[in-house]
Design a protein around this ligand. Structure first.
Ligand code: HEM
Length: 551
């Protein structure tokens, strides 16, 4: 890894901080937080089941199928019955990007789901590629016999012993619902029956099975033909179940096997290395134009894994253009700036809690002389520790095309079809003038189109109403794009060269959403005020959501 890597940077943040940079989108790790439930079962259970059902069509013989989000096209099959699957897909699609697939998010959902129910930390790799159509059927069903289950798991790449363990690991949270499986749990009997008596990720499903107190409807259900867990768990005389009865053995087995499950991918897919929390994480660097139009402004964050109230941290940068016009280039030691707060913000998330980490994030917002601009930056901690991207510094690749979220606007409407964003790009004056200013947009699709992302391209025109800012050094270009667009790459073609600003978020467009987190951030008391894009939050019953007028 070397900064910047959009894919790894994004996945690391989503995994460990539990959120994206888009202020409209609920943190991913809030979804199943504290093993919270949705309808009948823990949300975590719904996320894990979705990942298994997506993976279960893998064929180890020819290396096809696996965790590839083909479930997007298979969701209406009988073998995928259950609202949890559809809800989970809908949860996940908000987190895809042009460089992170739905399959990667489905896999990440299992890791976060298990941790949110106090289960083990499963090592996570990225790089999955989404299928573009349905795969063959093949999710095991409870009425099938042991031979067909054994063969089904063999095809998925698991031995008999691994099958027993994987089913126990899956069936430690959640249960069977009568509305989905009325022959297993009668509708008049109950809404559903949980697999074990604890609502956490633990070995109770194993111990209750071994000591005969289990109520799991797939073990002691009223219909013996659908007691698939009983057949599987007992298939080797309980040898395997006994081997994972102790909690450490259960945790270890589940971390390994659920890890194998999410890493079961088509043979053409190359996964990344395991993504561990970065000891030092530099966020995305954004160069924009200050509110009063007089300066360039660099916004960037640095996250350190350990809290230290006595730490001092400074950002240094070098000029892009030296001796140009009236500007004052930085000296050879660089210009310097302090963070907005010297104490930083302590982060909390499901993963950081599971790993006993309390990282601190420092935010820098640095005004920069537009004449000399900026080419690279680095940090110095406590006056001596230099953090400089292995010697090269953190590069600002270009200052020709800058997304100006503050001067872009977004229409408000309760009707999604009437919402749009007017995107403004500040383009640095050049000779010759740019031949083309355009954006490549990305939207995450929706349930109607099986969450297939939408890609489009829009040309911008000079914005005559808003021109010549930053001492006449930048000109604005504008285009209005439809609402589903969540991100775009902005390009400026000048004299045979293309300058690009990547992964700009329409969610950054003013008026801003402020997410105020009450209490310690680990509870559900989140108040979202001054919200744009309220539709993003409509499903979240645990939050108070309201919309205020534009500032
Ligand atoms: C022979 C293999 C399997 C069979 C026959 C089977 C069957 C079932 C059935 C009938 C349900 C109830 C679903 C509902 O009521 O909507 C269920 C739930 C569940 N299964 Fe499996 N399953 C198998 C293997 C697995 C595996 C390997 C995993 C994951 C590692 C898994 C994870 C889950 C989870 C987490 C739930 C609970 C979902 C919830 O409560 O919302 N299952 N399974």
């Amino acid at each position: 890894y070397r900064w910047p890597s959009p894919q790894i940077d994004y996945l690391e943040k989503l995994l460990y901080e539990g959120r994206t940079e888009d202020p409209r989108i609920e943190p991913l790790d809030f979804i199943g937080h504290n093993c919270g439930t949705r309808l009948f079962s823990p949300i975590a259970a719904q996320l894990i089941r979705l990942a298994y059902h997506d993976m279960a069509t893998h064929n180890v013989d020819d290396g096809t199928g696996g965790l590839d989000a083909s479930i997007r096209f298979e969701i209406r099959r009988d073998e995928n019955i259950g609202d949890g699957n559809a809800f989970s897909l809908d949860d996940f699609h908000f987190y895809t990007t042009p460089f992170v697939s739905m399959a990667d998010i489905i896999a990440l959902g299992t890791v976060l789901g298990v941790v949110s129910c106090d289960g083990p930390v499963i090592p996570y790799r990225g790089g999955r590629i989404d299928a573009i159509s349905a795969g063959p059927p093949g999710v095991p069903q409870p009425h099938e016999d042991l031979a067909s289950h054994t063969e089904s798991f063999r095809r998925q790449g698991f031995t008999n012993e691994e099958m027993i363990k994987l089913v126990a690991c899956g069936h430690t949270v959640g249960g069977v619902q009568s509305k989905d499986f009325p022959t297993v749990v009668s509708r008049t009997e109950a809404v559903g029956v949980f697999f074990d008596k604890t609502n956490v990720f633990d070995s109770a499903v194993v111990t209750e099975y071994l000591n005969g107190t289990i109520e799991n409807a797939l073990v002691v259900g009223r219909n013996s033909s659908t007691n698939s867990d009983a057949r599987i768990f007992g298939s080797d005389g309980n040898v395997t179940m006994n081997s994972i009865a102790a909690s450490e053995a259960f945790s270890k087995a589940c971390s390994d096997l659920l890890g194998r499950m999410i890493n079961t991918v088509p043979k053409t897919v190359q996964l990344t290395e395991v993504i561990n929390p970065f000891p030092i994480k530099v966020g995305k660097a954004r160069l924009s134009i200050s509110g009063d139009g007089s300066l360039l402004q660099l916004n960037v964050t640095i996250r350190l894994l350990e809290a230290n109230p006595n730490r001092s941290i400074k950002l240094f940068y070098t000029s892009r253009y030296t001796g140009a016009g009236s500007g004052n280039p930085c000296s050879s030691t660089g210009c310097s700036a302090d963070p907005i707060s010297s104490t930083g913000i302590t982060l909390s998330s499901s993963m950081f809690t599971a790993l006993s980490l309390s990282p601190v994030k420092y935010t820098f917002s640095v005004g920069i002389d537009p004449v000399t601009s900026i080419s690279r930056f680095w940090f110095v901690i406590d006056g001596h520790d230099v953090v400089d991207n292995e010697g090269t510094g953190y590069e600002i690749p270009q200052d020709m095309a800058l997304f100006d979220a503050g001067r872009s606007t977004r229409t408000r409407s309760t009707d999604p079809a009437n919402r749009s964003t007017s995107v403004r790009i500040a383009v640095r004056n050049s000779s010759p003038l740019p031949s083309r200013v355009y954006i490549d947009t990305y939207d995450q699709g929706d349930a109607q189109n099986s969450y297939v992302p939408g890609l489009a391209s829009f040309d911008l025109r000079p914005d005559v109403g808003l021109n010549d800012t930053v001492a006449g050094m930048y000109r604005y270009y504008v285009v209005t794009i439809p609402d589903p667009v969540v991100s775009f790459d902005a390009h400026v073609d000048v004299d045979g060269q293309t300058f690009t600003e990547e992964h700009c978020l329409t969610g950054d467009v003013a008026p801003k959403i402020n997410v105020y987190t009450c209490c310690d951030g680990s509870s559900y008391h989140n108040f979202i005020v001054d919200i744009r894009g309220a539709e993003r939050f409509a499903r979240q019953k645990t939050m108070i959501v309201y919309e205020t007028k534009a500032e």
